[in-house]
Write a protein that binds this ligand. Structure first.
Ligand code: NDP
Ligand code: GDR
Length: 372
């Protein structure tokens, strides 16, 4: 039985990866942060009572900013594989918390690699580093491959650049099996609510059900290569199962604007959105409603631009070329963008039916903060 340690196990990818590794017979340890409220929603279905014998999923309190605790957990768990997914992962928020982001996302990776070295596990423990298409930043060439130059455009991306190179350096300096997965955006029903796709699918479902008036967004022209997180965690695992440690781009090769993601999401409800206007004046209107369950007034304004969501420096275009992963890892995504949107919309419609029932029953439901 192999043992894995997942940092960031309470996040979107951590949850899908834990599920995948458990299904493959791994013993899985997860690092979770102390929080004043429960933060394990995404993995509660995997919970095993620690009082039972032979449990194969165990959580440990920890933080990427605390070396002592990383060293102790790695010593206790002696993992064959570490998946370093923990990070302050929100690009816009990294402009507000740049020092913390550098500490957790940049130095956090160093702390894990160094813990492995201190503990003499360089020949035993393989490391997956959650690198990102944000490294490409300002477009140098498209589609982006493993050899496209980096030009990071946010404190998040700069911190991840350090993490990328320290992973390469420990591989070369100490012969460690340490790899970067350069993953393009990947989404799912478990996606954090403040990332643009989930913000859109939640809002579309809520607007359709009469629970929300409008959706405020930032840059509608940004283009992203969006895949499904389920497919991407499969790639992470494959990256650690090769003879040689290498870095891989994981992407779908299709890029889409934020605006088109909005249209596709509302289309799942039978609602056609038409955009008019430019820049901050751009708005999305209801042009047609083809589903009796979601009757919105024609011409109603449902999407507006709010400049507060613009970033000081933006990444305008991402489109990845995953040829290397397809050839060497035999990795192939199962979801395309329409299937991803459908999966997310179905989940959010189901989620907000509960709020709808509460409102019908005369109960109050609160509008969620839509930060970032
Ligand atoms: P999430 O934001 O959903 O999850 C991040 C996880 O990291 C959470 O479990 C969070 O804990 C934890 N975390 C944050 N800070 C710390 C810290 N200081 N110490 C320990 N744990 C911490 O991200 P995703 O699952 O979407 O992404 C996983 C990784 O992949 C991240 O590193 C991200 O930067 C990277 N990435 C993501 C892509 C994507 O499109 N999703 C694309 C490319 C890279 P808590 O739940 O308590 O907040
Ligand atoms: P990104 O994802 O920055 O690519 O980072 P996000 O979904 O936050 O933004 C994608 C694009 O949409 C534009 N946008 C908005 N974004 C948010 N969050 N909220 C809005 O209201 C909004 N309106 C427009 C953004 O400007 C941007 O261009 C994600 C994270 O998961 C990172 O951790 C990961 O490394 C990269 O993907 C790959």
């Amino acid at each position: 039985m192999k043992t894995a340690l997942i940092t960031g196990v309470t996040g979107q990818d951590g949850a899908y990866l834990a599920e995948l590794l458990l299904s493959k017979g791994y013993k899985v340890h997860g690092l979770k942060r102390r929080s004043s409220s429960f933060n394990t929603d995404r993995i509660d279905h995997l919970y095993q009572d620690p009082h039972e014998q032979n449990i194969n999923f165990k959580l440990h309190y920890g933080d990427l900013t605390d070396s002592t605790n990383l060293i102790r957990i790695i010593q206790e768990t002696q993992p064959d594989e570490i998946y370093n997914l923990a990070a302050m992962s929100h690009v816009k928020v990294s402009f507000d918390t740049p020092e913390y982001t550098a500490n957790a996302d940049g130095l956090g990776t160093l702390r894990i690699l160094e813990a492995i070295r201190i503990l003499g596990l360089t020949k035993k423990t393989k490391v997956y580093q959650a690198s990102t298409s944000e490294l490409y930043g300002l477009v140098q060439a498209v589609p982006q491959t493993e050899t496209t130059p980096f030009y990071p455009r946010s404190p998040y991306a700069v911190a991840k650049l350090y993490a990328y190179w320290i992973t390469v350096n420990y591989r070369e300096a100490y012969g460690m099996y340490a790899c970067n997965g350069i993953l393009f955006n990947h989404e799912s029903p478990l996606r954090g609510e403040t990332f643009v796709t989930r913000k859109i699918t939640r809002a579309a479902a809520r607007i359709g059900m009469g629970l929300q008036d409008r959706l405020y967004l930032g840059n509608m022209d940004a283009r992203r290569d969006w895949g499904h997180a389920k497919d991407y965690v499969e790639a992470m695992w494959r990256i650690l199962q090769q003879d040689q440690p290498e870095d891989y781009v994981i992407a779908t090769g299709v890029t889409t604007t934020v605006r088109d993601f909005v249209k596709m999401s509302f289309a799942e409800l039978g609602i056609v959105i038409e955009f008019r206007g430019e820049g901050v004046e751009e708005k999305g209107y209801v042009a047609a409603c083809n589903n009796p369950d979601y009757q919105l007034e024609l011409g109603r304004e449902v999407v507006c631009v709010d400049a507060n969501y613009f970033r000081p420096t933006e990444v305008e275009l991402l489109i990845g070329d995953a040829t290397k992963a397809k050839e060497k890892l035999q990795w192939q995504p199962k979801y395309d963008l329409p299937a991803l949107v459908k999966d997310m919309m179905e989940a959010d419609i189901e989620l907000f039916k509960r709020d709808s029932y509460l409102v019908e029953g005369g109960h109050k439901v609160y509008n969620y903060h839509e930060l970032q």
